[in-house]
Design a binder for this molecule. Sequence first.
Ligand code: ZN
Length: 265
Amino acid sequence: MNIDYFKKTSGYMIDGMWYPRVTSIIQTKSKPALYYFYAKAASYKEAEEKKKKAAAEGTEVHELFEKLVVGKPVKVPPKFIGIKQAFDEFLQQYNFFTKGDWLERRIRHPLHRYAGTFDMLAEINGTLSILDIKTSASVYDDYRLQTAAYVYALNEEPWVLDEKGNKTLLHKDVEKRYILWVNQIRKCQKCTAKLRLRSMGDKAEKGSATCEHKWGNIEAEWELIDFDDPKDKENHIEKDFQGFVHCKGLWEWDNRKILEGIGYL
Ligand SMILES: [Zn+2]
């Protein structure tokens, strides 16, 4: 592979140094759920199309939320009426603050030598936190690795960078990681089935197999998932970060030839 192409697609230049991106590093970890997704699809091409649609939908949902939270005028497309409702309910239930300087910013870890772009920093009920929005069917464990990498970088160097490398200082540590999981559903008026609405194709869940479903209005379905819940004994940010560091080690081995060429190894 071409070195320049690899550098561009897998990393960022910051202060004249090249750093691999967190999302590129994490791709080394195998994702069993993805095999299942491909196996169920009619063809490889169809699966790829679905993935593209889901990614585009995710981007649109992010943009909607980012405008909403910094008070920009928003015209909500009818297809996202349930998503908007989810955001409104979330903002009513939580004390939430963010600003333009905290959206889609870059981070780097100078010692572990990686970089990345997080979705959003926010104060949630007064605690500075990393927040990511997910519209996927489920919230994967892998997000723990990614979010731990961002938090460790921010607490090593307490600033965020824009694309030109300008710094915005943070005045306190990032303490928590959250995923805001948002979905839209329509409930069957005759049985307990739920229709999950998504750009890649709606999906009916549960309910009666013999019912000829009659779908009601679009409703919001959302959950704020706390990755650092003190009651969760199995999980801890230190363990997640260790997982990320090991993943990075494997990624370095996978790419050892090109990384030696770059001078990273
Ligand atoms: Zn039904």
